[in-house]
Design a protein around this ligand. Structure first.
Ligand SMILES: Nc1nc2c(ncn2[C@@H]2O[C@H](COP(=O)(O)OP(=O)(O)O)[C@@H](O)[C@H]2O)c(=O)[nH]1
Ligand SMILES: [Mg+2]
Ligand SMILES: [Zn+2]
Length: 291
């Protein structure tokens, strides 16, 4: 019995990286019967085929740290939420939604502000909003190769997924970090869509300096899913320390008098941009509940 990590799953085959190389595996029928599916990122026990030691079968899925449905991956340590200072226009609501998705799954959110070369001032503004929220932030330019050392430091020895709108520079950043991957980037024409590294399926890449990175087409949208209005403020870490000082227990921090969170927004201790998005998401979560 060997232990390894599923780095790719295509057409019913799972590719499991083990200390004896990458083994092409089938999954056992027992998983299907139990309604389980092995996922990219899963740590598994495999059995090698008697006739061919390059092939095997997945025998057991080891307990997961976390699991995502869209994209279907498991065992992420951190989500690097990427936003461009300009082009495309920064969508901070999406950044906040992705941060919530990460928080709710017990995954560390890291904010990466890319394209600093295009608008350094606005890039710094975004940086300060998220630093104030208590998140680790890196500001970089994939094009100018700025800030890559800090990003490498964050990725080292962790399993990371990148999230963020199309065009913010996720593939460009990965290429800067590991030039030999040659991941397809946005300005590459439609012709190369079928290239080896185009992100059509999810794959886990080993970083040369330690750690893994998911290349996945998902994580650019947000699913409110099981985030309720009541739990939302607990997913905004900068609000949590103030909640005990709100006049009403269970204060929603929206329209209640004597709200310590709102006071913190007024004094500038909490970024207004984050708070405004909290109010938008709170209203959304309330409406969702009616269904
Ligand atoms: N000016 C500038 N352009 C960048 C930077 N990073 C990426 N780009 C460009 O932005 C476009 C989208 O990048 P891509 O990596 O495909 O984004 P993805 O969709 O998030 O993977 C491409 O044309 C890149 O060349 C950067 O730091 N500065
Ligand atoms: Mg890309
Ligand atoms: Zn309050």
């Amino acid at each position: 019995m060997l232990t390894g990590t599923i780095i790719k799953g295509i057409g019913g085959f799972y590719y499991v990286k083990t200390e004896s190389g990458c083994i092409e595996c089938r999954s056992r029928g027992k998983f299907r019967q139990a309604g389980e599916t092995p996922l990219v990122g899963d740590l598994v026990h495999i059995q090698l085929t008697a006739e061919d030691a390059s092939k095997g079968s997945v025998e057991e899925i080891l307990p997961r740290k976390n699991v995502f449905i869209r994209p279907p991956v498991a065992n992420i340590d951190q989500l690097i939420i990427t936003v461009a200072a300009k082009n495309p226009e920064p969508n901070l609501l999406l950044v906040d939604q992705l941060a919530i998705t990460a928080e709710a799954a017990d995954v560390r959110p890291v904010i990466c502000v890319n394209k600093l070369d295009l608008d350094e001032d606005f890039g710094r503004k975004i940086t300060s909003i998220y630093e104030k929220a208590g998140y680790p932030v890196v500001s970089v330019s994939a094009r100018e190769n700025w800030g890559m050392e800090a990003l490498r430091e964050i990725l080292k020895d962790k399993t990371t997924a990148f999230a963020g709108n199309s065009g913010v520079g996720k593939s460009s950043l990965l290429n800067q970090l590991c030039d030999y991957w040659g991941l397809a980037t946005g300005d590459v024409s439609e012709k190369t869509k079928r290239g080896r590294h185009t992100t059509r399926h999810t794959e886990l890449f080993k970083l040369p300096f330690g750690g893994y990175v998911f290349d996945t087409p998902g994580f650019s949208s947000y699913e409110a899913g099981h985030v309720t209005a009541e739990m939302l403020s607990s997913l905004f870490p900068e609000m949590v320390p103030y909640e005990a000082d709100c006049r009403f227990k269970g204060c929603a921090h929206v329209a209640e008098p004597g709200c310590a969170v709102k006071e913190a927004v007024e004094t500038g201790a909490i970024a207004k941009e984050r708070y405004d998005n909290y109010c938008i998401l709170y209203a959304e979560a309330k409406n969702q509940k009616k269904w």
